[in-house]
Design a protein around this ligand. Structure first.
Ligand code: 6PG
Length: 461
């Protein structure tokens, strides 16, 4: 904000941090400091705009409660942390009653984004937007000159979009991990060789921040000259946003299977001791080595990753669309793709293609149905199947590559075996079913001859 000519007042409850910040990072800037909330609020001009970056949950409520007595009607509180979107909806409504305008903004981009331009996804009370728009849009990252920031929608819409961003981030990371696993285990590539593959991939349709950093991570050497990556404990952490996305998928009935698998892959990774024990008991196939043409298989992996990524984003947008329907949010899907195009962790050339797809057809029901993406999946399909089949044969787990393919095959199936589920439900519990010829008309059959004709009521959870 300071870089863009806005005067910022910095506050932290540990006041030494404010002093340290002013004496170091903020030295020579126009940033001023405050040693108490009262002092900070007094130093702000009207309407007062307070942006907090604190841990999601109780800390946010505590901070809001401390601020309320210090603010006037029309002042603005912005939460830039990874808050749970329903919390943001609740806070927006509570503060609205007090005349305070609340904004929950997704902020993505890590340290680099924070310093040189993040992706910003603000939502909440729309009356706040005109007072923060110029700040937010000037500090945001730019993609082809356009800010990676726009008003997302009411209530927790901004945080919902950020949550889905994070879910997709989990998916992208897991897909890259599976590619790495195949390269390392099936193809026995060295870290230097893998880094070169990622460098090459980053020049094409997979061009993205996460592929780029993976290239650097793979070849990074520790002070003893060995590759640092191989010394890191294979137990993934998580702070919750991926889990929330998967939970939202279940709640709204949207199959965000790739995100779900990414979360579970992290959970499985963290069962390190159990895995260690199981590895000595449970046997897999005799060899995990790929014996065919390595170069060709690398291209298969690249295409499998690309096709799976398309499925993942298609699923993410399905979830956004359903939540928008439920909450009455008027989400601009092309605008969301633009917000993610630069500054954030999932930034990529690919998001430019998504933006174009929604511009071509703002009512696009599913990304997979856009001609650009359906053609891309069609083109990658044979490689994708080859990779998933090879992973299964060699005993290398590919949870996201495979779930994406299963989704693709399910989504393109005119007929699925769910008729049998319906029949089973009706057989054992009289849960009723519909005939193909009369949808909406739920009937029950006395399958055994002694089950009677009384049926359970029909409802959808
Ligand atoms: C971002 C990131 C960030 C997230 C971290 C950690 O967009 O800058 O999404 O918001 O908190 O990536 O997430 P996990 O600890 O859950 O991996």
């Amino acid at each position: 904000m300071d870089d863009h000519g806005f005067v910022v007042c910095a506050y932290n409850r540990t006041t030494e941090k404010v002093d340290q910040f002013l004496a170091n990072e903020a030295k020579g800037t126009k940033v001023i400091g405050a040693r108490s909330l009262e002092e900070m609020v007094q130093k702000l001009k009207n309407p007062k705009r307070v942006m907090m970056l604190v841990k999601a949950g109780q800390a946010v409520d505590d901070f809001i409660n401390k601020l309320i007595p210090l603010l006037d009607k029309g002042d603005i509180i912005i939460d830039g942390g990874n808050s749970e979107y329903q919390d943001t909806t609740r806070r927006t409504a509570e503060l609205h009653k007090k005349g305070i305008l609340y904004v929950g903004s997704g902020v993505s981009g890590g340290e680099d984004g924070a310093r040189y331009g993040p992706s910003l996804m603000p939502g909440g009370n729309p009356e706040a937007w005109s007072s923060i728009k110029s700040i937010f849009q000037s500090i945001a990252a730019k993609a082809n000159g356009e800010p990676c920031c726009d008003w997302v929608g009411e209530d927790g819409a901004g945080h919902f979009v950020k949550m889905v961003h994070n879910g997709i981030e989990y998916g992208d990371m897991q897909l890259i991990c599976e590619a790495y696993h195949l390269m390392k285990t099936a193809l026995s590539l060295t870290n230097q060789e893998m880094s070169e593959v990622f460098e090459d991939w980053n020049k094409g349709e997979l061009d993205s921040f996460l592929i780029e950093i993976t290239k650097d991570i793979l070849k990074f050497k520790d002070s003893d000259g060995s590759y640092l990556l191989e010394k890191i404990r294979d137990s993934a952490g998580q702070k919750g946003t991926g889990k929330w996305t998967a939970v939202a998928g279940l709640e709204y009935g949207m199959p965000v299977t790739l995100i779900g698998e990414s979360v579970f892959a992290r959970c499985l990774s963290s069962l390190l001791d159990e895995r260690k024990h199981a590895s000595s008991v449970l046997k897999g196939p005799p060899s995990s080595k790929y014996t065919g043409d390595k170069k060709q298989f690398l291209e298969h992996i690249r295409q499998a990753l690309y096709a799976s990524k398309i499925v993942s984003y298609a699923q993410g947008f399905m979830l956004l669309r359903e939540a928008a329907k439920v909450h009455g949010w008027n989400l601009n899907y092309g605008g969301i793709a633009l917000m993610w195009r630069g500054g954030c962790i999932i930034r990529s050339v690919f998001l430019g293609n998504i933006k174009t797809a929604f511009e071509r057809n703002p009512k696009l029901s599913n990304l997979l149905l856009d001609p650009f993406f359906s053609e891309a999946v069609q083109r990658c399909q044979a490689s994708w199947r080859e990779v998933v089949a090879t992973g299964a044969t060699l005993g290398i787990p590919l949870p996201t590559f495979s779930t994406a393919l299963a989704f693709y095959d399910g989504y393109r199936s005119e007929r699925l075996p769910a008729n049998l589920i319906q029949a089973q439900r009706d057989y054992f519990g009289a849960h009723t079913y519909e005939l193909l010829t009369s949808p909406g008309n739920f009937i029950h059959t006395n399958w055994t001859g002694h089950g009677g004709n009384v049926s359970a009521s029909t409802y959808q959870a």
